[in-house]
Ligand binder design. Structure first.
Ligand code: PRP
Ligand code: URA
Length: 206
């Protein structure tokens, strides 16, 4: 299911990301913050566990997010700040990486590197700011699905309507928490209005 955020602060962050006067360091900070906000919106999909801890008042048993059963996977490179945001809030989760690059002529993504810990029966939080044609996210979800996770939750910042609908059709059981769905793609498969190339904006490249 696709869930578009209704939060005013999330929309504020998205619109700041669109602003070309925002420099790379601030851009990465906004992606990090957006991921933390989306994590809050997705929190009910995460596993919880009771844990006993020592406090200044003695032993205490409380409910915690079961970080040991969660893996946060980033699609390089623009998702790195999002992964940092998630792992700052949940410092006990494992991190995984998929290096993917979309070919700018065919618009198909290519996988260069895959470094994902064991995700069998775990919850995967997959992060990538942009869902344009949906090809990269589709390929990442296909790969993850083959490794039998208990659940996959996708956190995304801006998606084009057609790319998001493609993901929803192909993966109806994946919870896609997205900050903003924009209307269309241009002829180069960039999201309109979007924010441009997220990787380039985040890392000062063109
Ligand atoms: C961007 C973005 C997504 C992908 C979306 O990455 O971060 O992964 O494009 O496009 P799609 O939905 O049409 O597949 P890109 O491949 O440009 O790599 P980068 O992060 O290294 O710039
Ligand atoms: N990748 C991006 O970073 N931006 C787009 O609009 C499309 C693909």
């Amino acid at each position: 299911m696709v869930i578009e955020s209704r939060s005013r602060i999330v929309k504020h962050l998205v619109n700041r990301l669109r602003d070309t006067s925002v420099d790379a360091a601030v851009f990465r900070g906004l992606l990090r913050e957006c991921a933390r906000m989306l994590l809050v919106e997705a929190v009910d999909t995460l596993p919880v566990a009771e844990k006993r801890i020592d406090t200044w008042q003695g032993g205490f048993t409380g409910e915690f997010i079961d970080e040991g059963n969660i893996v946060c996977v980033a699609i390089l490179r623009a998702a790195l700040p999002m992964q940092e945001g998630v792992m700052a809030a949940l410092d006990g989760v494992e991190g995984g990486f998929l290096a993917m690059k979309r070919d700018e002529e065919s618009f198909k993504s290519r996988l260069y590197y895959d470094r994902i810990p064991d995700i069998e029966d775990k919850t995967v939080i997959l992060v990538d700011p942009m869902v344009a044609t949906g090809g990269s996210l589709h390929d990442a979800l296909t790969l993850l699905r083959q490794r039998a996770p208990a659940r996959i939750v996708s956190l995304n910042v801006i998606g084009a309507k057609e790319g998001v609908e493609r993901i929803e059709r192909a993966f109806p059981d994946v919870d896609v928490h997205i900050a903003q769905i924009d209307p269309k793609l241009n002829k180069d498969a960039y999201i309109i209005p979007g924010l441009g190339d997220a990787g380039d904006r985040a890392y000062n490249t063109v």
